[in-house]
Design a protein around this ligand. Structure first.
Ligand code: FES
Length: 102
């Protein structure tokens, strides 16, 4: 499945890149720009970034689950990150509902 239409990046490519970043540093902070940099790509419209963040969370959870139970704490942390994302979902950067730029 294609995640980034601007750069033609598939979900599989993103997952593989996240796994290679986690293999190099299991506790490193992974953000979309880091993934794209590893792929030698750049965000253009960045409309894919919310999906990339979800993929980062999912793959990181799976990676740490595969490491063993002592990593369960990281999964709790990622649940909190996901909760914050939901809380701010639809946040229109402080604009009032019905605001139109043009
Ligand atoms: S869809 Fe990924 S940068 Fe535009």
């Amino acid at each position: 499945m294609l995640i980034c239409h601007c750069n033609l990046i598939t979900e599989k490519e993103i997952e593989q890149t996240i796994r290679s970043l986690l293999a190099a540093d299991p506790w490193g902070l992974i953000v979309p720009a880091k993934v794209y940099h590893a792929l030698q790509k750049r965000g253009r419209c960045c409309g894919c970034f919310p999906n990339v963040v979800e993929t980062i969370i999912r793959v990181t959870e799976d990676f740490h689950r595969e490491l063993g139970e002592e990593a369960a704490e990281s999964v709790t942390f990622l649940d909190r990150v996901r909760g914050l994302r939901r809380q701010h979902e639809g946040n229109n950067e402080g604009r009032q509902k019905g605001h139109r730029a043009a």
